[in-house]
Ligand binder design. Structure first.
Ligand SMILES: Nc1ncnc2c1ncn2[C@@H]1O[C@H](COP(=O)(O)OP(=O)(O)OP(=O)(O)O)[C@@H](O)[C@H]1O
Ligand SMILES: [Mg+2]
Length: 422
């Protein structure tokens, strides 16, 4: 005479589950798995069962499978249906579905006496005494994760910044102007500093502009989303695509939006056709809208800052226009050293830095990769562990054409004076 029946969750049940969750709690303690975790699991079709009585949803058990372990994220019971064995039946049904997924351990974390504690005991769960639950809140919620996946955005690893070798002047500038105000907004506000919302990075190809943008997102723990103008153009027009994408990111609490080769979108209007003017205007409008809210940063990168429409660079749109130049001698030493350590090479770093004037981080990475591969092949051929020499590196360096020619270096210095806003 149960009076209810248990079945699988369907997407139509979502609203009822959320409502039931609000009625179900028996303690004031906040749940370890927040409602956003529950909703994300339901969206992603993790196992979930519901109990229905008289056409109403009166119970739910929500799971999430992670490899061979699964979590019971929630046991919800309508207050009128407590202590009748419904929780136990829901758990058994959930367990049954988990077994099919190869789950070996089923676990949950509950405040003492929260809804479901009795059902868990009855269903054979045993409490583990003497454990302390630790947590640290991150900027991205589980609900965001679903949204991020659909937008093609990801939170880059936080270690990316640390792995950026050399470039200490650029790192210092980006750290102070961008990262610190965004990670210490209260302190910044006390000084009348408004955290930056949009910046341009300019410099020769391969100096690390894209990498810096990703590393900043990693430092902030914010999702990184790149907009590809060429793809947007194919998806029914660049202007419309830009406005749509900027609209989508409004759903995110935090985001770093990155546009590479922005001169393709925001080039000089005078030289452009009317369709192009529409695109520049759309981007300018999007930037204004984007700047309306905190917790977001637009990073635009270009190799050719002089080709940007002056309206684009005007004050009020971008907080900073930061030069990312070719690495100096010291930075080249640091870049080389990071690859030499990995290759187990003991060579004259200063000589390599001397020989690689005009090399970008990308050039140095390429030369180091070439030597590493050749040494590896030598070891395979001879059966003896080969070690690269200084001469091996110098020979490869001589064969590599530096990206930054003398003229480019002069032009970059000139652009830094004319356009840089640091
Ligand atoms: N400081 C650094 N330390 C180590 N590797 C780096 C560093 N900066 C860049 N790199 C590497 O160099 C390559 C080029 O960097 P990146 O693509 O960020 O340059 P870019 O300035 O965006 O180039 P482009 O103007 O062509 O888009 C990448 O493989 C990146 O991992
Ligand atoms: Mg790039």
């Amino acid at each position: 005479m149960a009076g209810w029946h248990v079945r699988d969750f369907t997407p139509d049940d979502l609203e009822a589950v959320v409502r039931l969750d609000a009625e179900s709690g028996t303690t004031d303690a906040p749940a370890v798995f927040g409602l956003s975790d529950v909703v994300a699991a339901l969206h992603a079709l993790h196992p979930c069962v519901v109990a229905v009585a008289d056409g109403h949803l009166v119970g739910a058990a929500v799971g999430r499978v992670e490899g061979d372990r699964a979590w019971v994220l929630r046991i919800c019971l309508h207050p009128a249906w407590r202590n009748l064995g419904m929780g136990t039946e829901l758990l058994s049904a959930l367990e049954h579905r988990m077994q099919g997924a190869g789950v070996r351990t089923l676990a949950t974390v509950l405040p003492p006496d929260e809804t479901g504690a009795t059902a868990l005991r009855n269903a054979g769960f045993r409490p583990r005494e003497g454990l302390t639950y630790f947590e640290k809140a991150q900027a991205v919620t589980a609900q965001d994760v679903v949204l991020l996946a659909s937008l093609g955005a990801l939170v880059p690893p936080s270690g990316l910044w640390r792995r950026l070798a050399g470039m200490s002047a650029e790192k210092r500038l980006i750290e102070r102007r961008l990262v610190l105000p965004l990670t210490h907004p209260e302190l910044a506000a006390q000084h009348g500093v408004e955290p930056p919302q949009a910046v341009v990075l300019f410099g020769p190809p391969g100096t690390g502009k894209s990498t810096f943008a990703q590393a900043v997102a990693g430092r902030l723990g914010w999702p990184f989303m790149e907009l590809f103008p060429s793809r947007l153009a194919l998806e029914g027009g660049l202007a419309g695509g830009l406005s749509r994408r900027f609209g989508e990111v409004e759903q995110l609490d935090h985001v770093l939006v990155f546009i590479d080769e922005v001169e393709e979108v925001a080039g000089l209007r005078s030289e452009a056709d009317p369709a192009f003017v529409g695109v520049v205007n759309e981007l300018l409008k999007s930037i204004v809208r984007f700047r309306d809210r905190d917790g977001r940063l637009l990073v635009c990168a270009t190799n050719n800052v002089a080709a940007l429409d002056p309206a684009f660079l005007r004050h009020g749109r971008f907080d900073y226009v930061l030069p990312i130049g070719p690495p100096d001698h010291e930075a080249r030493c640091a870049l080389w050293s990071s690859y030499l350590a990995r290759a187990g090479a003991e060579v004259d770093v200063a000589a390599l830095a001397d020989a690689s004037d005009g090399f970008t981080p990308a050039d140095i990475a390429q030369a180091a990769r070439t030597v590493a591969q050749a040494t590896f092949e030598l070891t395979m051929d001879t059966g003896r562990r080969a070690r690269p020499t200084t001469e091996d590196y110098l020979a490869t360096t001589r064969r590599t054409r530096p990206t930054v020619t003398d003229e480019m270096a002069v032009e970059f210095a000139d652009h830094t004076v004319r356009f840089g806003r640091t």
